[in-house]
Write a protein that binds this ligand. Structure first.
Ligand SMILES: NC(=O)c1ccc[n+]([C@@H]2O[C@H](COP(=O)([O-])OP(=O)(O)OC[C@H]3O[C@@H](n4cnc5c(N)ncnc54)[C@H](OP(=O)(O)O)[C@@H]3O)[C@@H](O)[C@H]2O)c1
Length: 248
């Protein structure tokens, strides 16, 4: 049976690296993105050129009707879903809690938390043996921020990732008997464009001295941990976390 994976936020960064590696491992890949159609199509084309199967589907994971359409499109074009990577995530300009307005906090939680809940719900409805499915695996992309809190930078973002950690444990236990495994990775300081949104593109270089391994990580290094958790190599692993953070 073909393995079919939806990877949210796969037009660049960790999501794109995960999409390319998943295709190399034989998955048919649904490359989700929010607005950068060219970047998403580049990822899908790279997979197809190498002989793999991929589609790029625009959907804002924070909007329920978009999520429904994303999963229905994947059902139709790639076949029964076997895996989900809840990777789409955002942060905003570094600031203290005292300066944050409510709309910002709502935006962060809408994408990072509600988006992951909605996608997991649709994946469970398709994969759970309780709903007639054959099982599958979900990997949530949390963050080292869930452990560290990101003071002075983005406590809202860190708190949203704390919610993802609790969500991972709860959902893992809820669906463990239904042949679905749910795990998370917690990346540390990874070289991607996300840091531009925080207002500090060079953030990883500023902070890398604080990492025991004295360097930032790459999107590929995170992708490898995600692919391991999705694979049958991790068949007895659920409700677990892999910190991909150089020891921090
Ligand atoms: N980079 C790090 O140091 C680091 C550390 C810890 C955890 N993480 C986590 O790793 C994940 C990926 O981060 P990254 O660094 O690769 O980020 P990135 O380079 O900023 O990429 C984010 C991706 O998410 C998509 N996206 C954003 N909002 C979306 C939405 N509402 N619906 C659908 N797609 C959406 C973007 O698509 P468009 O371009 O089309 O908007 C893009 O493909 C995130 O969950 C992040 O919190 C990153």
């Amino acid at each position: 049976m073909t393995q079919v994976v939806i990877i949210t936020g796969a037009s660049r960064g960790i999501g794109a690296a995960t999409a390319l590696l998943a295709a190399q491992r034989g998955y048919a890949v649904c490359v989700n993105y929010r607005k950068d159609v060219e970047a998403a199509e580049r990822v899908a084309t790279k997979i197809k050129t190498a002989g793999g199967q991929a589609i790029a589907v625009a959907a804002n994971v924070a909007i329920e009707s978009d999520v429904m359409r994303l999963f229905e499109t994947c059902d139709k074009e790639l076949g029964p879903l076997t895996a989900l990577v809840n990777n789409a995530g955002i942060l905003e300009t570094q600031m203290r809690i005292a300066d944050m307005d409510v709309s910002r906090v709502q935006r962060i939680f809408a994408t990072n938390v509600i988006g992951s809940f909605l996608c997991a719900r649709e994946a469970v409805k398709r994969m759970s043996t309780k709903h007639g499915g054959n099982g599958g695996a979900i990997v949530n992309v949390s963050s080292g921020a869930a452990r560290l809190g990101s003071p002075g930078e983005y406590v809202d973002y860190a708190a949203s990732k704390g919610a993802i950690d609790t969500f991972t444990i709860g959902l893992a236990r809820e669906v463990a008997e239904e042949n679905i495994r749910v795990n998370a990775v917690r990346p540390g300081f990874i070289y991607t464009e996300m840091h531009v949104s925080g207002g500090e593109p060079e953030r990883v270089n500023r902070l890398k001295a604080l990492v025991p391994m004295k360097r930032g990580g790459t999107a590929d290094e995170v992708a490898k941990a995600i692919l391991w958790l999705l694979s049958t190599e991790a068949s007895y692993t659920t409700g677990s976390f892999i910190d991909v953070s150089g020891g921090k």
